[in-house]
Design a protein. Structure first.
Length: 526
């Protein structure tokens, strides 16, 4: 495919032809006001992530440089919370908003936590700042494996999804190897590191993506082993309780990822698992969702009893699995279920997720954005903008949100939302007055604006097809803790810039631009 760029005397860059399949807001009217409005949203949410980092760094331990689990208590570093939920999104926020901080202090914190907290091989344990020692005298293997699996799946997987191979992915691979080396639970399929839905779900997701990235057979085999434990011996829909919140939904997503691997490289295994995968999803649809398609926190899948009528803010995470199986098995009913919940989101727009707390807004919005990327239902897009405003309102003027490790979830989702509103484009170097906004029209045209309050000179950068280039996954299947891809530039494509054919790799180096308040830039992409 060839894509044409034209730069005219007004510095407008016009890009003609689709760069990739993009799902976002469809605009029928003049797109430029909407693109400009999206730029304002991009600025507000990018700035929020920058303020979050600055706010939390004020509370870092002066000796170790590590951040505490919480600000009002638990003044220690731990893997399952401080490392899994907060620190990684300081890293990603600084990548986009403060590259010097990213290359400096963020990497220093990574080195410090490995130097100070590793306890069983590379597996970390809780580290108390006041005593410069571990929080408990004797290590507890189950707790350490749980913390490492959370750190990997919730923190280092998203980093790797967005940045590709890095010192953080290296950290993850070392921990993953040590988790597998300490499998002590006997089961029908052999030794496992754990048999809990949460830990096994974490591991299946991490193992799946690291298998694709490294092609290491041990990761594939371990993922198949854990999936077999559930699909062949302990089906989730036959358990006395099934949690669909963030302490149980991991197993649903994890199984869908391993099922995806089987569909790509082991068709016999996939056919053997197909009935079990569909039975699990069918039972969730039968007993665990309300009329609007939202899912309950906790159900007894055997009896159908709703054990908690609170709706889970992880509804979108669970529905990722439905889209995966819908696509692999050509089962329209699962895609219909996703379309149903997205269409009916406005009916629940004021739902008090987790008691109207920030973390509930963040998780719900993140799950929604990932589905909207594949199924761009207009009602869901309106809901997402409304929910994003609710999320943004929870941040204090200090940059801190609620003062606990979940504040990182705010930054994660704010960054995801900001990149959606810019179609993955970003300015480098970033500044708090910069606004990069984008919108998609009915005919596939993408309109991008870049504006600033004061003169700015830098590069406009585009996203790449990260699923294939970084992780080597055959297709961009829906998965938990990913950052959706919107507008991507592919190196193998040829583009036309100002009448001259230009390799995609050249464009991936960024377009040199200048703008200020009186000279915003406009980009039109078809």
């Amino acid at each position: 495919m060839k894509t044409r760029f034209r730069i005219d005397s007004t510095k407008r860059i016009v890009l003609v032809s689709a760069l990739c399949a993009i799902s976002t807001t469809v605009i029928a009217q003049d797109p430029w006001p909407q693109a400009t409005a999206n730029g304002e949203r991009n600025r507000a949410f990018m700035t929020a992530t920058w303020r979050f980092v600055q706010g939390w760094l004020q509370y870092a331990d002066p000796e170790s440089g590590l951040i505490p689990r919480n600000l009002n208590k638990d003044l220690y570093w731990n893997a399952k919370d401080a490392a899994a939920d907060n620190y990684p999104f300081m890293v990603l926020s600084s990548f986009y908003t403060d590259r010097a901080l990213f290359n400096g202090r963020m990497k220093e914190m990574l080195a410090a936590e490995q130097r100070l907290t590793n306890r069983i091989g590379t597996l970390p344990d809780d580290y108390v700042f006041e005593t410069n020692s571990f929080r408990i005298t004797e290590p507890k293997l189950d707790d350490i494996i749980f913390g490492a699996s959370e750190y990997a799946k919730d923190g280092l997987v998203p980093l790797t999804e967005l940045l590709g191979p890095s010192p953080w992915s290296e950290r993850m691979l070392l921990m993953l190897d040590d988790i597998l080396a300490h499998a002590t639970y006997d089961s029908e399929v052999g030794k496992l590191p754990s048999t809990s839905h949460e830990v096994c779900g974490d591991l299946m997701q991490t193992l799946s993506r690291m298998y694709w990235m490294t092609k290491k057979d041990a990761y594939r085999d371990a993922a198949f082993q854990i999936a077999a434990y559930f699909l062949e011996h302990h089906p989730p829909e036959q358990a006395e309780q099934l949690r669909l919140d963030d302490h149980g939904c991991e197993v649903i997503s994890g199984l869908s990822e391993v099922y995806y691997i089987a569909a790509q490289i082991d068709p016999d295994r996939r056919e053997r698992w197909k009935p079990a995968m569909q039975r699990m999803l069918d039972r969730i649809l039968e007993v665990a969702r309300d009329d609007n398609g939202l899912l309950y926190n906790l159900v007894n899948p055997v009896t159908g009893e709703i054990k908690s009528d609170e709706r889970t803010d992880n509804w979108g995470y669970n529905y990722n699995a439905f889209l995966v199986v819908a696509n692999l098995d050509n089962e329209a009913k699962y895609r219909t279920a996703v379309e149903h919940v997205l269409t009916h989101l406005p009916a629940s727009k004021d739902y008090p997720w987790e008691g109207a707390r920030m973390d509930g807004f963040a998780d719900s919005l993140e799950g929604g954005i990932n589905l909207i990327n594949r199924v761009p239902v207009p009602a869901a897009i309106e809901w997402a903008d409304y929910t994003a405003d609710r999320l943004l309102a929870t941040q204090r003027d200090t940059g801190v949100i609620e003062g606990w490790h979940g504040d990182g979830n705010f930054a994660r989702t704010a960054l995801m939302y900001a990149l959606w509103k810019s179609q993955g484009c970003y300015a480098e170097p970033w500044r708090a007055d910069l606004r990069v906004g984008a919108v998609k029209q009915d005919d596939g045209t993408i309109n991008i604006t870049v504006a600033s309050d004061w003169p700015w000179h830098g590069k406009l950068r585009f996203d790449v097809a990260r699923h294939s280039e970084y992780l080597h996954i055959p297709s961009d299947y829906p998965r938990l803790n990913q950052f959706p891809e919107w507008l991507t530039i592919r190196a193998e494509q040829t583009y036309r810039v100002n009448g001259t054919e230009t390799p995609g790799e050249t464009l991936r180096a960024g377009i040199d631009v200048k703008c200020d308040k009186d000279a915003p830039l406009k980009f039109e992409i078809k």
